[in-house]
Design a protein around this ligand. Sequence first.
Ligand SMILES: C[S@@+](CC[C@H](N)C(=O)[O-])C[C@H]1O[C@@H](n2cnc3c(N)ncnc32)[C@H](O)[C@@H]1O
Length: 252
Amino acid sequence: MAHQHMTEMLDLDAEVLHDFHREVISWAGELVPATGTARIVDLGAGTGTGTLALARQLPAAEIVAVDVDEEMLEHLRRRAGGAGNIRTMQADLDGEWPALGPADLVWASASMHHLTDPGRALRQIHDLLRPGGAVLITELESFPRFLHNAAEDRGHAEMDRMRHEAGMHMHEDWGALLRKAGFETRERRFDIELRPPLPASAARYAEVTLHRMRDRLADRLSPADLAALAAPAADDLTIRTTRLVWSGVKPS
Ligand SMILES: C[S@@+](CC[C@H](N)C(=O)[O-])C[C@H]1O[C@@H](n2cnc3c(N)ncnc32)[C@H](O)[C@@H]1O
């Protein structure tokens, strides 16, 4: 069930925050060569929201979607519907990396923070890129908020603590790490605020995200706070989240 929520949440994130996703995908389009078949690697591809959007934006590209989780990759393959230019590869990026290069673009959305050794991962990315190739890293500066109340603040503080305890690299300075690995960088910040009226998918996104939060915090929040983490009515719903995106270009 937890897995199912995660899968649905990732798909809804792409649907509800489509303007943001479209902007980053079009940035990706500017980073690959204008002619020929671009080779793209999606690291920690999950349900494939990035893979599929990249395939739509760059129909001539060949894309390899990598993830440790075979269930996610199966979901991705189903969504890709047998598209010949998309391959999946199951691999644990904390271990030995499979041969993924040479690539023109590496896409890593909300996945780098999971890796045990970010510096090592960036060196591997640098190695697999062609000279002039680029990496785009997206991370969540703040997770989506729907309620804007004290219970939600406490819930997020607790989730942050859990991620920290699990060793995740949530608030890394990816720009500095990219430069250390030899990349030329650019950073963009997206402060997203979606106001009512919002579509039904947005209400579902709030419901699934808050449900997952209640599950994960069942032992860590008071019953009153847990009860307060209930999705608001759709016509009351405002969604706020901040995403940071870094590009790193490997000098030619
Ligand atoms: C938050 S999801 C992001 C998925 C997708 N990139 C997106 O933006 O919707 C993080 C993904 O990274 C994958 N992941 C975590 N640790 C990994 C590892 N060591 N090797 C490969 N993939 C990993 C997870 O299985 C999950 O699918």
